[in-house]
Ligand binder design. Structure first.
Ligand code: SAM
Ligand code: SF4
Length: 321
């Protein structure tokens, strides 16, 4: 079992399989980065899988594939199947912008993927174009329908921003509710790569806007999920991710692996250790030691809130959110 120095059990690994993306979301990657990680520096799926096996043997029981946009990486279904065949009980999920889901959902499901989280920030084509930098909405919504049809469980993430999509929180919630999909509103997390003019809707502002339409009760947190949950009168539950709150990191159970093999103990900070050399050499002991060291050095909390609050220099498209 992996336990950090604050007694948190780390059993959740988020794996970014590429930093590349077909969107240019304002809050994440408004400009193409100066250079991408060269393809030869990426770990192959065989190499990534070797590390997945080590992590599972050390106690990881939840793996989320993310990016950049994970569906840009060829043969993703084969990678998913490798993990599934190794340990079918691992909770295998993926976070995607859904643009390429229409043609791939069935293969992903057949490979062993159980759940996906999809980013839907708006239901208006022109707003989607303004956020993502191109006309994406039709493909995204068709991708979601396809995923549901093949039996993947779908959750929706929305990042509400003032003067952009904040006036759509009720519409997006209703879209999810009608389809029995849960929604999590994610507070915009400041980072050096996002567009400068973004102003995220804070959780208290969001809740008071929702209260104009609904009655709901605070249900608090559920296990180690970072979501703060609220239940509406008809039973529908929505989540709120508040990284600026003091207790956000209290139950954090996750670490992150980038596509080139950097293992990151916290989404906020730059610190990372590479598993690349050990994995390329097939040195299981050395890779497992890097994993344990990253867990040991996991910081107590991020610095989005509080007195020493700063703008994170980590790119979301690199860590996978
Ligand atoms: N491309 C996929 C997608 O968009 O779902 C996966 C990667 S993306 C980095 C993962 C999640 O991070 C998405 O739900 C996205 O909305 C969220 N995200 C990216 N930048 C963010 C920011 N600055 N603040 C809050 N959430 C952010
Ligand atoms: Fe791409 Fe996801 Fe970042 Fe948008 S949030 S630019 S879809 S990685």
């Amino acid at each position: 079992m992996l336990i950090d120095s604050y007694d948190r059990v780390v059993d959740y690994l988020r794996v970014s399989v590429t930093e590349r993306c077909n969107f240019r979301c304002q809050y994440c990657m408004p400009e193409k980065p100066f250079s991408w990680v060269p393809k030869e520096n990426l770990l192959s799926f065989e190499e990534l899988f070797l590390f997945m096996k080590i992590a599972i043997d050390e106690g990881v029981n939840k793996i989320r594939i993310t990016g950049g946009e994970p569906l840009l990486r060829e043969d993703l279904d084969k990678f998913i199947k490798m993990i599934y065949d190794y340990k079918p009980s691992v909770d295998l999920a993926m976070t995607t912008n859904a643009y390429l889901l229409k043609g791939t959902a069935q293969r992903l499901k057949d490979a062993g993927l159980k759940r996906i989280n999809v980013s839907i920030d708006t239901l208006k084509p022109e707003v989607a174009q303004a956020i993502a930098g191109k006309d994406v909405l039709k493909n995204v919504l068709e991708g979601v329908e396809e995923a549901r049809k093949v039996g993947l469980k779908v959750k929706v993430n929305m990042v509400p921003m003032k003067n952009m999509n904040a006036n759509e929180i009720v519409d997006v919630l209703e879209y999810c509710k009608e389809r029995d999909m849960s929604i999590r509103f994610i507070e915009y997390m400041e980072n050096q790569f996002a567009a400068k003019e973004i102003s995220g809707l804070k959780s208290d502002e969001l809740l008071s806007l929702l209260r104009e339409h609904y009655e709901f009760e605070d249900e608090g947190f559920d296990g180690s999920s970072p979501s703060h949950y609220f239940r509406m009168k008809d039973g529908y539950r929505f989540g709120l991710i508040e990284p600026y709150e003091d207790d956000f990191c209290k139950k954090c159970n996750r670490i992150r692996l980038t596509a080139e093999g950097n293992l990151i103990p916290c989404l906020y900070f730059d610190e990372a250790l590479s598993i690349g050399k050990a994995i390329k050499a097939g040195d299981i002991q050395a890779a497992a030691e890097v994993l344990r060291e990253v867990v040991r050095t996991k910081p107590e909390k991020n610095r989005w809130g509080g007195e020493d609050s700063e703008t994170s220099s980590r790119a979301f498209y690199e860590t996978g959110g």
